[in-house]
Design a protein. Structure first.
Lengths: 290, 385
């Protein structure tokens, strides 16, 4: 480092994307959510989108707080309903880029119905799911992605339900872009987020991230750093992998990569195409350009 | 401002209440609807699905009512006027987002074509048993507005009122139809667009950086903005401050919740609407709303034919309730009689407001059909003794 460089003032490159007046955030030391937000900021920069036209919607939970910290038009909605709210935003103004940023419990348990239908419709939104394998905000309960036999407050003798394989779920419902990374893979995560933001249609990214306070500690898995070591050692990149084969077990191998990247008409394209076919030239495609 | 002519089907029509409600929404400027099929309301969204593509609107049939009731709110925050349509069982599922709309102050309209309940109840038959649910159904303290149309013409006219009230006060507004009003067919006159008053959304004039989403504006109601306007605003269902930022404290709760309640309670007199007929000097005042108001007219006529002085008081707006006027009437009459198609809902509000000054009589009906006018007549005669 030269003498000159060390005298310069550097601004954290993520800072312009954050609501500084809301800092400090609520996330615990070692939590992976903040890492994903850094990746998101980088993806926004690299995507060159006009940030006035990017909307972020969250549900409830630790990841659900992302919408409150990011300096975009942002909506912190109800538990599990972020995708349904985002559907209204997208259809209300199709010129907006709409991102749903939430956790595994929010999106996949209480919000599961909205998730599968938005994917089926190919609603033109990006869904980012930070999967920390537990309900963290409420104190570490078992969730739809908790692997067997991890311990949780409501599964004190270990989880025994079969967890969701999220990429497979998204793929089978019709998502046009599906990727999974971990909080260790920051460059790959940022790249995937950029690709998803620029992809037309329902794009889905799962990011496996540590909850050191509740999941790691209760399962005697060490701290956030130990989780990074696990992700580093146990992740296998398999781009284009069959999503049926990417389920996650307790401290098992984590298959990462981009699994799906395909084209399908979006809901709005379908709406306009169908109405044009049925109604003919009298139909003016939505949104009306005056 | 005046209605957008694109949505106004000017002319004389023969429509049922459900179809008229759709036309009212179009005239009011509604260009987004999210719904889920449910008897006896489905015709409203069926007509919307057919009509909206011709006027630059979007209808989406969602996966359930939980979704429809929040999808419409997403559209509102992009500048759309939006509504959803349902009946009792769907309304129960929507309660989560009635609270969200109250808390985020999202102007929106919920049409409820009431049927008999509870649970699946009587899908094809009428009831008026959702009156308390719309007032109290979501958790926490909040206020809403509820309108009770009694004819297809009113389903048109008052749907416009519902949107205008939603925009004026930024609350969810409930349009309390019932199976009878929804499915009865009558003449509906739709005026030219330039004769229809429509309340435009009041947007902030502040530049980005200065706008606070919940800074109290005119009439205790904050100015709105919409996504994409550069304000980079934040809104939440959590208790929040003027910036829209969550604040988890008793002080913030006091300020936030008191204001969303007071903006209606303290301006209730501007919202309350009722119709009176011959209440001055009446021995008995028959209080009713919705389809029951029309049925009651026959009972009132029969009693008047016997020389009884009967007044009629109709709740056009059920919530906020005309507390002061009911109290006045209770001081001047022998009895207030209320038939309603439930086992006692608005009646208890009336009884509370009467404060023991006169007899109050409930004519309950579990739903499934309207009251027999004979029953109303006999109740009036008995109350007049």
């Amino acid at each position: 480092m030269t003498q000159q460089a060390s005298n310069e003032t550097h601004t954290n490159p993520v800072l312009p994307f954050l609501r500084e007046d809301r800092m400090p955030h609520i996330w615990c030391p070692g939590c992976g959510i903040g890492t994903t937000v850094n990746c998101f900021a980088r993806a926004l920069t690299e995507s060159a989108l006009d940030l006035d036209n990017v909307v972020i919607v969250s549900g409830i939970g630790c990841t659900g707080r992302v919408a409150g910290y990011v300096k975009l038009d942002s909506f912190h909605t109800t538990h599990g309903r972020g995708i349904a709210f985002a559907t209204g935003v997208k259809l209300g103004n199709p010129n907006l880029k709409v991102v749903v940023y939430s956790g595994d419990g929010d999106l996949m348990a209480i919000g599961g119905n909205h998730f599968i239908h938005a994917a089926r419709r190919n609603m033109d939104i990006t869904v980012i799911c930070v999967n920390n394998l537990t309900y963290a905000m409420t104190g570490g309960q078992v969730g739809p992605t908790t692997p067997e036999p991890a311990v949780a407050t409501t599964a004190p003798y270990g989880a025994f339900e079969h967890p969701f394989n999220l990429p497979f779920l998204a793929d089978s419902c019709g998502a046009v872009y599906v990727a999974r990374w971990t909080a260790y893979h920051v460059r790959q995560t940022a790249k995937a987020m950029k690709e998803a933001l620029l992809k037309k249609g329902f794009s889905f990214i799962e990011i496996i991230a540590p909850c050191p306070t509740l999941y790691q500690r209760r399962n005697k898995l060490g701290d956030g750093l130990a989780a990074m070591q696990y992700y580093k050692e146990s992740s296998v990149v398999k781009t284009g992998a069959d999503t049926r084969d990417v389920g996650i077990g307790f401290q098992s191998e984590i298959v990462c990569g981009k699994f799906v990247d395909r084209e399908r008409p979006t809901w709005l394209e379908g709406y306009n195409n169908r109405n044009t076919t049925a109604i003919g030239a009298r139909y003016r495609p939505y949104p009306w350009q005056d | 401002m005046k209605a957008d002519p694109a949505g106004v089907l000017t002319g004389r029509h023969y429509l049922d209440g459900n179809h008229a409600c759709c036309e009212g929404a179009l005239a009011a400027g509604c260009r987004f609807a999210a719904g889920y099929p449910i008897t006896p309301s489905t015709e409203v969204v069926e007509r919307i699905a057919r009509r909206f593509p011709h006027v630059g609107g979007v209808f989406i049939q969602m996966e359930d009512e939980v979704a429809s009731s929040i999808t419409l709110q997403g559209a509102v925050w992009t500048g759309k006027k939006a509504m959803t349509v349902t009946s009792g069982p769907g309304l129960s599922l929507m309660m989560e987002h009635v609270g969200l709309a109250a808390m985020m102050e999202t102007p929106c309209v919920f049409v409820d074509v009431q049927r008999g309940g509870p649970s699946t109840g009587l899908p094809t038959l009428p009831g008026q048993a959702d009156m308390m649910q719309v007032r109290w159904g979501s958790h926490g303290d909040y206020e809403i507005i509820a309108l009770c149309p009694a004819s297809p013409q009113e389903c048109f006219d008052m749907t416009i009122d519902a949107f205008n009230l939603a925009e004026t006060y930024r609350v969810p507004v409930f349009f309390m139809m019932d199976e009878c009003v929804g499915h009865m067919t009558e003449r509906v006159d739709i005026p030219p667009a330039d004769q229809i008053e429509v309340v435009a959304r009041r947007y902030t004039t502040k530049p980005p950086g200065e706008y606070l989403p919940y800074e109290v504006g005119e009439n205790m109601v904050p100015d709105m903005t919409k996504a994409g306007d550069g304000h980079r605003f934040h809104v939440t269902g959590l208790t929040h401050d003027e910036r829209g930022y969550p604040v988890i404290s008793a002080a913030a709760q006091e300020q936030n919740v008191t204001r969303i309640v007071d903006k209606i309670r303290k301006q209730a007199n501007k919202i309350i609407r009722y119709e009176e007929d011959q209440v001055d000097g009446a021995d008995v005042v028959l209080v009713s709303y919705g389809i029951t108001y029309r049925v009651a007219q026959r009972g009132i006529e029969m009693a008047r034919a016997k020389g009884v002085k009967v007044g009629s008081f109709r709740l056009v707006v059920a919530w906020p309730f005309p507390e002061d006027r009911i109290r006045e009437l209770a001081g001047k009459t022998k009895a207030l009689v209320m038939p309603e198609m439930n086992l006692g809902q608005m009646y208890f509000e009336m009884e509370r407001c009467a404060r023991g000054q006169c007899r109050t009589v409930l004519l309950p009906h579990a739903g499934g059909t309207v009251h027999n006018p004979e029953v109303i007549y006999r109740a009036i005669m008995e109350a007049a003794q």
